[in-house]
Design a binder for this molecule. Structure first.
Ligand SMILES: NCc1[nH]cc(CCC(=O)O)c1CC(=O)O
Length: 379
């Protein structure tokens, strides 16, 4: 199932990344990546920031996945994590040391032996419309054809514009964009992916969360590794250098929603959390969740906030040690997501979104979103 293709190391690569030569006794970190443009861009970004932060050389190892080969719609592939599975296999087989995933494509169930060792600062979380002739969502003509393979986006498009024809499409970002102005009037994509690919000029309308709640974790990258390696400074230190606490708190809450609803990345569920400042200067984590009937006939939206101790938004690089404030903040973030999801379930979310009747469980809490809690500076 896995095919590998060694790529040249990142030092001396063009693009202005700062790389530092290291002694030949330090082996490069091997970063497993899918071969799509988006995956390679994301992997290269993480590789460069690791090298810039630590001087450690990073080598890309290409892994081919089922998700890349299939031409079936993501909805029809059914299972979550088609993209992640091969990278995880390669990590467990020792064929690479770290793997970069789009967090939103990563199943919430923990993989024994693997952990998310770093969550770099998140890019823009929003979905955007790329339409012909610069059209916004409101300006699309009656019955316009809009492409997406995501039941979450399809449901919200139908809610916003019941007249639209939503077309189930698949393929990489470039393939989707190429259909705009030919058989489609527009497609909906993640702004983060377009940004990474240098394609922001194709955006004709940024969809705010009141119209289009993004996928939990959208815009965030996850760096996964073998849990045992995380305890070694050789890997643990570089990963801690690129970890971003506000991102970790936000996506913990969002993914706790998904897990509690027992929903996968293809479910019609949107969530977005952000760390803000309350009236009195306190840190507040605010979470908005929506579950949608796939046909756009119903929606259920709820928001909730929680005050966090200290000032996690100021901590971009985590120091080693223990701090009670961080344990408390991470727990509060998970509780926020679990609590809001339980409320949604009580209000009928499983029926509306066609989810398996979920039994709330906290057993897996924290399992895939990181190693042992580490402190932020709670000044
Ligand atoms: N499901 C595919 C996928 N996975 C991650 C991104 C973009 C980057 C991100 O959302 O983090 C995309 C493309 C898209 O949804 O437009």
């Amino acid at each position: 199932m896995l095919t590998h293709c060694r790529q040249s190391r990142l030092d001396n690569s063009s693009g202005g990344a700062q790389t530092v030569s290291v002694s030949s006794s330090t082996p490069p970190l091997r970063l497993g990546t899918r071969g799509s443009d988006l995956a390679l861009t994301q992997s290269t970004t993480v590789a460069r920031s690791l090298t810039a932060a630590t001087g450690r050389e990073v080598e890309l190892v290409r892994i081919r996945t089922e998700g890349d080969r299939s031409t079936a719609s993501l909805a029809s592939l059914g299972g979550t994590g088609v993209f992640a599975a091969a990278l995880r296999e390669a990590l467990l087989a020792g064929e690479c040391d770290i793997a970069v995933h789009s967090l939103k494509d990563l199943p919430t169930a923990p993989t024994p032996g693997l952990s998310i060792g770093a969550l770099p600062g998140r890019a823009d979380h929003r979905d955007v419309l790329c339409a012909r002739d610069g059209l916004t969502l409101a300006e699309l003509p009656d019955g316009a054809r809009v492409g997406t393979g995501s039941p979450r986006r399809a449901a919200q498009l139908r809610l916003a514009r019941p007249d639209l024809t939503v077309v189930d499409i698949r393929g990489n970002v470039g393939t989707r964009l190429a259909r705009v102005g030919t058989d489609l009037d527009a497609v909906v994509l993640a702004r983060a992916g377009l940004d990474r690919l240098g394609l922001l000029e194709r955006v004709t309308d940024a969809l705010d969360t009141d119209v289009m709640l993004p996928a939990p974790g959208q815009g965030a990258l996850a760096v996964e590794c073998r849990t045992e390696d995380l305890r070694e400074d050789a890997l643990g230190d570089p990963l801690r250098q690129i970890d971003h606490v506000p991102t970790r708190l936000a996506v913990l809450a969002e993914r706790a929603v998904l897990r509690t609803l027992e929903a996968g990345c293809a479910a019609p569920v949107g969530a977005h959390a952000r760390l803000g400042t309350g009236d009195d200067g306190t840190s507040v984590l605010e979470l908005s969740v929506g579950v949608f009937a796939p046909d756009g006939s119903r929606e259920l939206r709820r928001s909730r906030g929680v005050e966090l101790p200290g000032h996690p938004e100021r901590a971009t690089v985590i120091a080693r040690g223990t701090a009670k404030a961080q344990d408390v903040a991470l727990t509060l973030a998970v509780d926020l997501g679990v609590g809001l999801a339980e409320q949604l379930l009580a209000d009928g979310a499983a029926e509306i979104a066609g989810l398996p009747a979920a039994e709330p469980s906290r057993a897996e809490e924290g399992g895939t979103v990181g190693p042992a809690p580490r402190p932020y500076r709670s000044a």
